[in-house]
Design a protein around this ligand. Sequence first.
Ligand SMILES: [Zn+2]
Length: 550
Amino acid sequence: MSSEPPRRVLVLGLDGADFDVIDPLIAAGRLPHLAAWRRAGVAKPLASTVPPMSFPAWSTFLTGLGPGGHGLFDFSERIAGAYRLRFTNATHRRGATLLGRASRAGRRVLALGIPATFPPEPLDGLGVSGFDAPVSTGTDPRSASDPALYAAIAARVGPWKRPDLDEGAHESDFHERAVATLCARIESKTRFALEALSQLERTGRRPDLGVIVFAESDTVAHHYWRDHDPASPRHDPTASAVRRSAVAAVYERLDAACGALREAFGEDALCVVLSDHGSGGASHRVVHLNRRLADCGLLQRSASGGRLEAAARAARGLALRALPPAVAEALFRRARGAAARLESAARFAGFDWARTPAFCEEANTQPGVWINLRGREAQGCVAPDDYERVRGAVIEALCDWKLPGGAPVVARARRREQVYAGPCVARAPDVVVELALDAGYGLCLVPTPWSEPAADPIRALAGEALAGGRGRGTNGTHRPDGIWLATGPGAEQLDLAAAPALEDVAPTLLRWLGVAWEGDLDGVSLLRAEYGPEDEARVAARLRALGYLD
Ligand SMILES: [Zn+2]
């Protein structure tokens, strides 16, 4: 018996990548590597999590569990019972990661830039965290599983990620400059990854599992979708050529990076290009969910509410805006509590809790409604017997909510146990909300401006505000379908007849690497069972036809 060479796999993660962007660029001949792989391999939309956001979605990629199983629903989460938030990180997640499982089974791992992997877990190989907080902008040896190896790589080619782009700071020429920064960042990350591969190989540690994630496809879609898409209701006809070609320019750089990384990793490996969710354009309308709850008698403000909330938002804005990115990063690393308190004060100031049965965090990253349940919340006013009735009233208030013209604001509002399963369901809001598309464009959920007493819960933006920014959403938003594109050895064994989902990725890659796992995963392997009963029957039939079997 000849022993097969060990199986290897390279995952190229393009955060937020969408076939709606890729396919026209392939047709125009601008993505030669992805085009060739798509022709030779298998491609399908890949269903994301609810919500389709980076932290829960990459956590599902890593664990093979849905958010109800791994427990990371957003960058931040409510502290149980308190009207306060904390920022989440990898230590708040349940379930072993694909990286750790492969590493413990003796497979070497190179994992760069996966969101929600800070603090780094021990790996045989090298792991460098993605971003662990909304304001973490660079990486250094503390982000790495092997700080000495990280430092050796960075000494030759620079860090994995530099603190070079402050997305919070919208100077007037931000959109003219930022695309060049994104392209440069893709190139410096590629250099880092190539150097990491070369140093690992030179020391006899060629990785079996590589996962390299680029966030730039997501960033460019959030800031430039309206320039990329002339039909966008946020489109600016005066946009410069630089802005109009930003999305395409970033995807072209990513295509080149994918080509270089696959070549260096080795074409003996299965190669998967995937995204954690898709991307699309944003509507020119934004919605205020707490204002809707207030209009329906489900939320009450205290008399001093507007002033309190305005003061809290001003304090948070000052604290974040006045800080250089490196200091903001340090704040989030060392004083997460302080940053989270500022955020909590801004979101939950000025509510009359005794008369508020339901409230929303108003975070576009996790739309949902909490019931102010007595015995669970610090100032809960809804009796446990009344919980289901109030949840029903919230769902009705949201499903009856209409855009001008009559289309729904909310696609689905469901009880959390209808959406999630697993031990972490109680970390999710009582009602999970998915906003509808407004004529094909995503609605952004933004905080209610209580200082404007008569404001409508649906607000149409105009002029400068269409670009996005605080209180205006972003001009590109997430979509529930990401991408899955596989090529190379093993791709032909993938069964994509059923719609694949992000939770299927970990079991598929572990099965391919020959790593067994314990415990139930929510996903299933997409590999056709090797020598399963059907294959045996097929082989027997073929042998019989050839006359070898009676
Ligand atoms: Zn993402």
